[in-house]
Design a protein around this ligand. Structure first.
Ligand SMILES: [Zn+2]
Ligand SMILES: [Zn+2]
Length: 282
């Protein structure tokens, strides 16, 4: 399994030279499985460039949406395989009392927000609520759980052979629950992240910023590191970078996070701030 980062930014895409090294596109991670089935985690603006590379490919595509905030779906309309009549795409997403997944996505993929209606997409597209029991995508086993964020939001755990990847891009596990103490089963997302070879986790805010943003559904850097340490994750990639953080600010955040990670028993090389255009082999 290999994870490739196509969008690592949170909230809104940014086009700014001072942010180019980490990248300005919103959430999108491709997970390439051994059988070449493609799993795409979220459909933020990063999915546009991924779609250009995938266009015309024969393999089925599975898009796993964590939730329907705009920064996680704003690339859907620009994903080339959805306009290829030969493509087969399955879009998985969170359950909601607001109706079927297709109808909830159609609120974005319809007038007046979109020139194309969801029913007009040329590809063979299926929309499915991700089940609470484990399910298979290609040769991988996928588990999901509702996690702490604003609105129904899933975290995903993907297992292929002995390799485990966990994706928790928008997540505030420390809200109302100490991460160091208390029963592990009460901590949001911890079961999904347990012993993961790679944990991709929300690390949007500095400690100072978090004093003003507590309850907005995102993590302070220190909480993200503590969560990963408690879960026993082997590698941590911090994700969902704030649109106000340029590369220099993110470099400082990486230094601070690394100190805390080493204190918790991690090694320097196993922590990174996710950057667009990079990939990790598992
Ligand atoms: Zn987000
Ligand atoms: Zn969100």
């Amino acid at each position: 399994m290999r994870a490739e980062f196509w969008g690592v930014r949170g909230s809104i895409p940014v086009a700014d030279r001072a942010m180019a090294r980490h990248g300005g596109n919103t959430a999108c991670v491709q997970v390439e499985l051994e059988d070449h089935v493609s799993v795409v985690l979220d459909a933020g603006s990063g999915i546009r460039a991924l779609g250009q590379r995938m266009a015309g490919g024969p393999a089925p595509i599975h898009i796993l949406l964590t939730h329907l905030h705009l920064d996680h779906i704003n690339g859907l309309l620009f994903f080339a395989p959805l306009f290829d009549p030969g493509a087969e795409v399955t879009v998985w997403g969170p359950p909601s009392l607001r109706g079927p997944l297709r109808r909830r996505l159609a609120r974005y993929l319809s007038a007046p927000l979109s020139p194309v209606e969801i029913r007009d997409l040329p590809a063979k597209v299926r929309f499915r609520v991700a089940p609470s029991e484990p399910f298979r995508v290609g040769g991988a086993r996928v588990q999901c759980r509702l996690v702490n964020h604003r609105g129904p939001t899933l975290g995903y755990r993907i297992t292929e052979g002995d390799s485990v990847l966990c994706y928790l891009p928008d997540h505030e596990p420390a809200l109302g629950q100490p991460l160091h103490s208390g029963p592990a089963e009460w901590i949001s997302g911890l079961g999904l992240a347990r012993d993961a070879d790679l944990l991709i986790h929300d690390g949007q805010y500095t400690e100072d910023e978090y004093r003003l943003t507590r309850g907005w559904g995102h993590s302070a850097l220190g909480d993200a590191v503590d969560f990963a340490a408690r879960a026993g994750s082997r590698r941590l990639h911090l994700f969902h970078h704030d649109p106000s953080h340029d590369d220099a600010a993110l470099d400082l955040m990486r230094i601070e996070a690394t100190e805390r990670w080493i204190e918790a028993g991690g090694d320097r090389a196993s922590l990174a701030l996710a950057a667009e255009g990079t990939s990790v082999g598992l």
